[in-house]
Design a protein. Sequence first.
Length: 300
Amino acid sequence: MSRSKVEQSRAAQYAARFNQVFDYIEKHLDEPLSVEDLSRVAYFSKFHFHRQFSEYCGINVSRYIQLIKLKRASHRLVFNPDERIIDIALDAGFENPESFSRAFKHIFGQTPTEFRKNPAWDLWHKHYQFPKREGAKKMDVKIVHVESELVAALEHRGSPTVLNDSVQQFIEWRKTTGLSPVESSRTYGIVYDNPETTPPADFRFDICGSVTEEVPANTKGIMTKLIPGGRCAVVRHVGSRDRIGESVYYLYRQWLPHSGEELRDFPVYFHYLTVGFDQPEFEQQTDVYLPLKSLNEVIA
Protein backbone atom coordinates (compact mmCIF):
# COMPACT_ATOMS: atom_id res chain seq x y z
CA MET A 1 0.00 0.00 0.00
CA SER A 2 1.35 3.42 -0.93
CA ARG A 3 2.11 6.01 1.72
CA SER A 4 -0.79 8.23 0.61
CA LYS A 5 -3.26 5.34 0.88
CA VAL A 6 -1.96 4.46 4.33
CA GLU A 7 -2.41 8.07 5.43
CA GLN A 8 -5.95 8.13 3.97
CA SER A 9 -6.80 4.92 5.80
CA ARG A 10 -5.51 6.29 9.09
CA ALA A 11 -7.45 9.53 8.60
CA ALA A 12 -10.63 7.55 7.90
CA GLN A 13 -10.11 5.46 11.03
CA TYR A 14 -9.52 8.60 13.09
CA ALA A 15 -12.71 10.18 11.71
CA ALA A 16 -14.66 6.99 12.41
CA ARG A 17 -13.61 7.11 16.06
CA PHE A 18 -14.89 10.67 16.35
CA ASN A 19 -18.11 9.66 14.62
CA GLN A 20 -18.60 7.18 17.45
CA VAL A 21 -18.21 10.03 19.93
CA PHE A 22 -20.71 12.26 18.13
CA ASP A 23 -23.23 9.41 17.92
CA TYR A 24 -22.76 8.60 21.60
CA ILE A 25 -23.37 12.23 22.59
CA GLU A 26 -26.59 12.37 20.54
CA LYS A 27 -27.90 9.15 22.09
CA HIS A 28 -27.02 10.12 25.66
CA LEU A 29 -27.65 13.86 25.51
CA ASP A 30 -29.98 13.78 28.52
CA GLU A 31 -27.44 11.93 30.67
CA PRO A 32 -24.22 13.09 32.34
CA LEU A 33 -21.39 12.99 29.79
CA SER A 34 -17.89 12.78 31.23
CA VAL A 35 -14.57 13.05 29.44
CA GLU A 36 -13.72 9.59 30.75
CA ASP A 37 -16.81 8.09 29.10
CA LEU A 38 -16.32 9.89 25.79
CA SER A 39 -12.61 9.10 25.54
CA ARG A 40 -13.41 5.45 26.26
CA VAL A 41 -15.97 5.40 23.41
CA ALA A 42 -13.32 6.66 20.97
CA TYR A 43 -10.48 4.59 22.44
CA PHE A 44 -8.51 7.77 23.12
CA SER A 45 -6.47 8.63 26.19
CA LYS A 46 -8.55 10.77 28.56
CA PHE A 47 -5.47 12.93 29.16
CA HIS A 48 -5.37 14.03 25.51
CA PHE A 49 -9.06 13.82 24.61
CA HIS A 50 -9.86 17.50 25.23
CA ARG A 51 -7.11 18.67 22.88
CA GLN A 52 -7.91 16.05 20.24
CA PHE A 53 -11.60 16.93 20.28
CA SER A 54 -10.96 20.68 20.10
CA GLU A 55 -8.53 20.35 17.21
CA TYR A 56 -10.84 18.02 15.28
CA CYS A 57 -14.14 19.79 15.93
CA GLY A 58 -13.01 23.39 16.32
CA ILE A 59 -14.55 23.81 19.81
CA ASN A 60 -14.11 22.03 23.12
CA VAL A 61 -16.30 19.11 24.10
CA SER A 62 -18.32 21.02 26.72
CA ARG A 63 -19.23 23.74 24.22
CA TYR A 64 -20.15 21.10 21.62
CA ILE A 65 -22.53 19.34 24.02
CA GLN A 66 -24.12 22.67 24.99
CA LEU A 67 -24.61 23.59 21.32
CA ILE A 68 -26.27 20.24 20.56
CA LYS A 69 -28.66 20.75 23.49
CA LEU A 70 -29.42 24.30 22.37
CA LYS A 71 -29.99 23.08 18.82
CA ARG A 72 -32.85 20.88 19.98
CA ALA A 73 -34.14 23.69 22.19
CA SER A 74 -34.04 26.14 19.25
CA HIS A 75 -36.19 23.90 17.09
CA ARG A 76 -38.70 23.39 19.87
CA LEU A 77 -38.94 27.14 20.47
CA VAL A 78 -39.87 27.81 16.85
CA PHE A 79 -41.77 24.72 15.76
CA ASN A 80 -43.54 23.93 19.05
CA PRO A 81 -44.83 27.43 19.87
CA ASP A 82 -47.20 26.21 22.59
CA GLU A 83 -44.40 24.69 24.68
CA ARG A 84 -43.40 26.68 27.72
CA ILE A 85 -39.89 28.09 27.68
CA ILE A 86 -39.31 26.84 31.21
CA ASP A 87 -39.93 23.25 30.08
CA ILE A 88 -37.57 23.64 27.14
CA ALA A 89 -34.94 25.16 29.45
CA LEU A 90 -35.15 22.32 31.96
CA ASP A 91 -34.98 19.69 29.23
CA ALA A 92 -31.84 21.38 27.90
CA GLY A 93 -30.18 20.92 31.28
CA PHE A 94 -30.55 24.45 32.67
CA GLU A 95 -31.70 25.06 36.23
CA ASN A 96 -34.07 27.89 35.34
CA PRO A 97 -35.25 30.03 32.38
CA GLU A 98 -32.92 32.87 33.36
CA SER A 99 -29.72 30.83 32.96
CA PHE A 100 -31.11 29.35 29.74
CA SER A 101 -31.88 32.82 28.38
CA ARG A 102 -28.40 34.13 29.22
CA ALA A 103 -26.64 31.21 27.55
CA PHE A 104 -28.94 31.34 24.53
CA LYS A 105 -28.43 35.07 23.97
CA HIS A 106 -24.68 34.81 24.51
CA ILE A 107 -24.39 32.29 21.68
CA PHE A 108 -27.12 33.30 19.23
CA GLY A 109 -27.52 37.01 19.95
CA GLN A 110 -31.23 36.63 20.75
CA THR A 111 -33.17 35.67 23.84
CA PRO A 112 -35.31 32.52 23.54
CA THR A 113 -38.42 34.72 23.31
CA GLU A 114 -36.89 36.85 20.54
CA PHE A 115 -35.75 33.77 18.68
CA ARG A 116 -39.21 32.21 18.92
CA LYS A 117 -40.81 35.34 17.41
CA ASN A 118 -38.22 36.05 14.71
CA PRO A 119 -35.42 33.44 14.51
CA ALA A 120 -32.15 34.58 12.94
CA TRP A 121 -31.40 31.24 11.28
CA ASP A 122 -28.48 32.56 9.23
CA LEU A 123 -26.55 33.51 12.39
CA TRP A 124 -27.72 30.31 14.09
CA HIS A 125 -26.24 28.13 11.33
CA LYS A 126 -22.77 29.63 11.78
CA HIS A 127 -22.48 27.82 15.10
CA TYR A 128 -23.15 24.40 13.59
CA GLN A 129 -20.34 24.05 11.05
CA PHE A 130 -18.86 20.80 12.31
CA PRO A 131 -16.69 18.22 10.48
CA LYS A 132 -18.61 16.19 7.93
CA ARG A 133 -19.21 12.50 8.47
CA GLU A 134 -18.76 11.18 4.94
CA GLY A 135 -18.49 7.56 3.89
CA ALA A 136 -18.58 6.17 7.40
CA LYS A 137 -20.44 2.98 6.46
CA LYS A 138 -21.99 1.05 3.62
CA MET A 139 -25.68 1.75 3.14
CA ASP A 140 -28.51 -0.55 2.08
CA VAL A 141 -29.80 0.70 -1.29
CA LYS A 142 -33.02 -0.74 -2.72
CA ILE A 143 -34.63 -0.20 -6.11
CA VAL A 144 -38.38 0.37 -5.87
CA HIS A 145 -41.25 1.51 -8.06
CA VAL A 146 -43.22 4.45 -6.68
CA GLU A 147 -46.59 5.80 -7.75
CA SER A 148 -47.08 9.43 -8.76
CA GLU A 149 -47.89 11.70 -5.81
CA LEU A 150 -49.88 14.94 -5.91
CA VAL A 151 -48.39 17.42 -3.45
CA ALA A 152 -48.86 20.90 -2.09
CA ALA A 153 -45.51 22.64 -2.49
CA LEU A 154 -43.87 25.77 -1.15
CA GLU A 155 -40.88 26.81 -3.25
CA HIS A 156 -37.94 27.94 -1.16
CA ARG A 157 -35.59 30.06 -3.21
CA GLY A 158 -32.50 31.41 -1.47
CA SER A 159 -29.89 30.46 1.10
CA PRO A 160 -30.30 27.03 2.72
CA THR A 161 -29.46 28.67 6.05
CA VAL A 162 -32.93 30.25 6.13
CA LEU A 163 -34.80 27.20 4.83
CA ASN A 164 -36.46 26.85 8.23
CA ASP A 165 -38.31 30.13 7.63
CA SER A 166 -40.01 28.50 4.65
CA VAL A 167 -40.62 25.32 6.64
CA GLN A 168 -42.37 27.42 9.28
CA GLN A 169 -44.58 29.05 6.63
CA PHE A 170 -45.56 25.65 5.23
CA ILE A 171 -46.39 24.34 8.71
CA GLU A 172 -48.60 27.39 9.35
CA TRP A 173 -50.42 26.81 6.04
CA ARG A 174 -51.01 23.18 6.94
CA LYS A 175 -52.40 24.08 10.35
CA THR A 176 -54.62 26.95 9.27
CA THR A 177 -56.12 25.29 6.19
CA GLY A 178 -56.38 21.72 7.39
CA LEU A 179 -55.08 20.63 3.98
CA SER A 180 -52.34 18.00 3.87
CA PRO A 181 -52.60 17.33 7.64
CA VAL A 182 -49.29 16.08 8.99
CA GLU A 183 -50.97 13.21 10.87
CA SER A 184 -52.40 11.58 7.73
CA SER A 185 -50.33 12.98 4.86
CA ARG A 186 -46.78 12.40 3.70
CA THR A 187 -44.12 15.10 3.91
CA TYR A 188 -41.49 15.54 1.21
CA GLY A 189 -38.56 17.73 0.29
CA ILE A 190 -37.43 18.11 -3.33
CA VAL A 191 -33.87 19.35 -3.65
CA TYR A 192 -32.90 20.83 -7.01
CA ASP A 193 -29.40 22.00 -6.15
CA ASN A 194 -26.38 20.90 -4.15
CA PRO A 195 -26.14 23.39 -1.26
CA GLU A 196 -22.37 22.90 -1.12
CA THR A 197 -21.73 23.99 -4.71
CA THR A 198 -24.65 26.31 -5.49
CA PRO A 199 -24.46 30.05 -4.71
CA PRO A 200 -26.80 30.62 -1.72
CA ALA A 201 -29.08 32.98 -3.66
CA ASP A 202 -29.63 30.31 -6.35
CA PHE A 203 -30.46 27.38 -4.05
CA ARG A 204 -33.86 25.76 -4.77
CA PHE A 205 -35.82 23.43 -2.50
CA ASP A 206 -39.53 22.52 -2.41
CA ILE A 207 -41.27 21.74 0.89
CA CYS A 208 -44.18 19.43 0.12
CA GLY A 209 -47.11 17.61 1.67
CA SER A 210 -49.28 15.05 -0.09
CA VAL A 211 -52.81 16.14 -1.07
CA THR A 212 -55.79 14.46 -2.71
CA GLU A 213 -56.86 17.40 -4.86
CA GLU A 214 -55.60 20.65 -6.34
CA VAL A 215 -54.51 23.33 -3.85
CA PRO A 216 -56.80 26.38 -3.91
CA ALA A 217 -55.35 29.86 -4.43
CA ASN A 218 -53.73 31.22 -1.28
CA THR A 219 -51.54 34.05 0.00
CA LYS A 220 -48.74 31.74 1.17
CA GLY A 221 -47.65 30.86 -2.36
CA ILE A 222 -48.45 27.16 -1.91
CA MET A 223 -48.98 25.48 -5.30
CA THR A 224 -49.88 22.06 -6.63
CA LYS A 225 -47.09 19.89 -8.03
CA LEU A 226 -46.60 16.26 -8.98
CA ILE A 227 -43.85 13.90 -7.86
CA PRO A 228 -43.75 11.53 -10.85
CA GLY A 229 -43.92 7.79 -10.40
CA GLY A 230 -41.28 5.38 -11.64
CA ARG A 231 -38.20 3.47 -10.60
CA CYS A 232 -36.09 4.91 -7.79
CA ALA A 233 -33.07 3.93 -5.76
CA VAL A 234 -33.91 4.53 -2.13
CA VAL A 235 -31.79 4.56 0.99
CA ARG A 236 -32.93 5.23 4.54
CA HIS A 237 -31.12 8.03 6.33
CA VAL A 238 -31.20 7.59 10.09
CA GLY A 239 -30.12 10.57 12.16
CA SER A 240 -30.15 14.34 11.94
CA ARG A 241 -31.78 15.76 8.84
CA ASP A 242 -28.95 18.31 8.81
CA ARG A 243 -26.65 15.45 7.77
CA ILE A 244 -28.85 14.03 5.04
CA GLY A 245 -26.25 15.10 2.49
CA GLU A 246 -24.15 12.12 3.65
CA SER A 247 -26.76 9.72 2.28
CA VAL A 248 -27.21 11.71 -0.93
CA TYR A 249 -23.43 11.69 -1.37
CA TYR A 250 -23.35 7.92 -0.89
CA LEU A 251 -25.98 7.36 -3.57
CA TYR A 252 -24.26 9.57 -6.14
CA ARG A 253 -20.61 8.80 -5.41
CA GLN A 254 -20.57 5.27 -4.04
CA TRP A 255 -23.62 3.41 -5.33
CA LEU A 256 -24.53 4.92 -8.72
CA PRO A 257 -21.18 4.47 -10.58
CA HIS A 258 -21.24 0.70 -9.90
CA SER A 259 -24.98 0.13 -10.30
CA GLY A 260 -25.35 0.16 -14.08
CA GLU A 261 -28.33 2.51 -13.62
CA GLU A 262 -29.02 5.84 -15.30
CA LEU A 263 -30.78 8.82 -13.75
CA ARG A 264 -34.25 10.00 -14.69
CA ASP A 265 -34.95 13.68 -15.34
CA PHE A 266 -36.23 14.51 -11.85
CA PRO A 267 -34.23 15.65 -8.83
CA VAL A 268 -33.42 13.66 -5.73
CA TYR A 269 -36.15 13.98 -3.10
CA PHE A 270 -36.76 13.12 0.53
CA HIS A 271 -39.68 11.42 2.26
CA TYR A 272 -39.63 12.45 5.91
CA LEU A 273 -40.80 9.42 7.88
CA THR A 274 -40.51 11.39 11.10
CA VAL A 275 -41.50 15.06 11.12
CA GLY A 276 -41.27 17.74 13.75
CA PHE A 277 -38.55 18.05 16.36
CA ASP A 278 -40.00 16.16 19.30
CA GLN A 279 -37.85 13.07 18.80
CA PRO A 280 -34.07 12.93 19.35
CA GLU A 281 -32.00 13.42 16.22
CA PHE A 282 -30.63 9.89 16.27
CA GLU A 283 -34.21 8.59 15.91
CA GLN A 284 -35.11 10.74 12.91
CA GLN A 285 -35.68 8.75 9.71
CA THR A 286 -35.82 9.97 6.13
CA ASP A 287 -36.01 7.97 2.91
CA VAL A 288 -33.84 9.44 0.14
CA TYR A 289 -35.11 8.76 -3.40
CA LEU A 290 -32.92 8.93 -6.49
CA PRO A 291 -35.16 8.70 -9.64
CA LEU A 292 -33.93 6.15 -12.21
CA LYS A 293 -34.75 5.51 -15.85
CA SER A 294 -36.99 2.57 -16.66
CA LEU A 295 -35.31 -0.70 -17.65
CA ASN A 296 -36.37 -0.19 -21.26
CA GLU A 297 -34.73 3.23 -21.34
CA VAL A 298 -31.52 1.88 -19.83
CA ILE A 299 -31.32 -0.98 -22.36
CA ALA A 300 -32.05 1.37 -25.26
